[in-house]
Design a binder for this molecule. Structure first.
Ligand code: HEM
Length: 411
């Protein structure tokens, strides 16, 4: 599966904390979701705090953990220093908690949390940039890694500037920069990273090959163009250009979805396991998000905009991440505990190394939750939103239990 030699493979003890902490943050964030209702706006500071709890504590934590494993696979060189990763998760976890406390309780501590998160990300970026310098063959994925990391850096610097504005009163126009921050981190980093990684992971797990890669190449360029246009629009404060930039990003997502369809059509593995189901729900959510996003853009409705972001973050990001946990964790555990035993005794298959029932419960509760709460947001029903949130919280309990089960396998 992952083509990593022992020399490149990061130690298990280094990656496990990312996945455990990520699932704990997911659980806590899921239990706090009912604080909101279908009428919450994105300016609400309680939502800003929650967004960072979820996006930094869960999404970024797991992406960074996965990157420790995937950077050598996709770049085909070893990490500059994998030991950097021992510093990333403590700074990210503590920084996130302090930042959330800053948003919710004491604005004065916000810059301290922001600084810790900034530090953890700068360490991640330093390792990635120094690793990139060793690369000889510049493929699309290598370019993706370089560009997305530049967007992440810009995005967190803008975030940090806003945190200084809130915490110590430095003159930063938050209304001007807030959306640029969101576009840089969600579009420029998370979405583009998922696009780059999925081009490697989906064909590998679905055994697809021989498909045309033009749509993803186009999608990548259009998306980068869209993010850059948005940045320009923020700099010159021009709403017309913001509109064009957002439209450009939606077009990029259209090409990306077409690419996924091509990969799906050429897959040789037809098994509908938990990974496949999670991908199907994730990409379905992305398609819904693009359609609602287009509606939001044309109507200018905040309400529709939030629903589009809901399906993007809770449907697309979350299901792509969680679905891959059922592949990545068993592989890491297998590599650590069983690869030395190959040829000496019977070793388990990867498919035996995740809890099928629990994973299924996680999938169905979470999927029902995202759909019900998403519908609640669309029709403005607080009851539906809160019911959906309760389903998501139940799914999160199953996720954490599944992650612990997989990490303990064979111990
Ligand atoms: C050093 C790291 C970061 C800092 C200091 C930071 C700080 C901030 C600040 C100050 C705001 C505006 C609050 C307001 O409206 O008054 C904000 C909004 C936001 N940030 Fe960050 N941020 C950071 C990283 C990130 C990352 C990595 C992500 C996503 C992966 C992210 C996602 C968001 C989102 C989605 C919002 C808008 C939330 C809403 O309007 O409800 N941030 N951030």
């Amino acid at each position: 599966m992952f083509n990593v030699s022992r020399e490149f493979a990061p130690p298990f003890s280094l990656i496990a904390p990312f996945f455990v902490l990520g699932s704990i943050f997911y659980l806590v964030a899921a239990f706090l979701l009912p604080m909101f209702d279908a009428h919450t706006t994105h300016f609400d500071i309680a939502l800003v705090g929650w967004a960072h709890l979820f996006l930094l504590g869960f999404v970024m934590m797991i992406i960074f953990g996965a990157m420790a494993q995937l950077v050598p696979v996709v770049l085909e060189v070893g990490h500059f220093s994998v030991d950097f990763y021992y510093l990333i998760w403590p700074f990210l976890a503590i920084g996130t908690i302090v930042m959330v406390a800053g948003f919710w309780l004491a604005p004065a501590v916000l810059p301290y949390g922001g600084l810790m998160v900034l530090l953890s990300m700068l360490i991640f970026l330093a390792d990635t940039i120094l690793t990139l310098r060793k690369v000889e063959r510049v493929s699309l994925t290598v370019k993706t890694v370089a560009v997305t990391n530049a967007f992440l850096l810009l995005g967190i610097l803008v975030g940090f500037a806003m945190a200084l504005g809130i915490g110590v009163g430095v003159g930063v126009d938050i209304t001007k920069w807030l959306n640029a921050h969101i576009v840089l981190v969600l579009g420029g980093y998370v979405t583009l990273t998922i696009m780059g990684m999925s081009l490697i992971l989906l064909p590998m797990f679905g055994l697809s090959h021989g498909f045309d890669e033009k749509p993803i190449n186009r999608s990548f360029k259009i998306m980068v163009g869209g993010v850059l246009l948005y940045l320009l629009a923020s700099l010159i404060d021009w709403d017309g250009l913001r509109f064009v930039a957002l439209l450009t990003m939606l077009v990029a997502m259209g090409f990306y979805l077409y690419q996924i369809w091509l990969i799906y059509k050429t897959r040789a593995r037809k098994e509908n396991d938990i990974w496949f189901k999670s991908m199907a729900f994730g990409y379905g959510s992305l398609a819904i998000s693009v359609i609602i996003g287009l509606g939001a853009l044309l109507s200018g409705s905040e309400h529709l905009g939030l629903a589009a972001v809901w399906f993007l973050v809770m449907g697309f990001f979350t299901f792509l991440i969680n679905g891959h946990l059922y592949k990545i964790i068993p592989f890491l555990v297998w590599f650590e505990r069983y690869s030395p035993l190959v040829g000496k005794e019977r070793v388990p298959m990867l498919a035996e190394m995740y809890p099928k029932k629990m994973a299924d419960y996680e999938f169905w509760f979470s999927a029902a939750g995202v759909a019900i709460a998403g519908l609640g947001l669309l029709v403005g029903s607080d009851t539906l939103f809160k019911a959906g949130a309760a389903f998501i919280a139940t799914g999160a309990v199953f996720l954490l239990t599944s992650v612990r089960w997989m990490l303990k396998f064979g111990k």
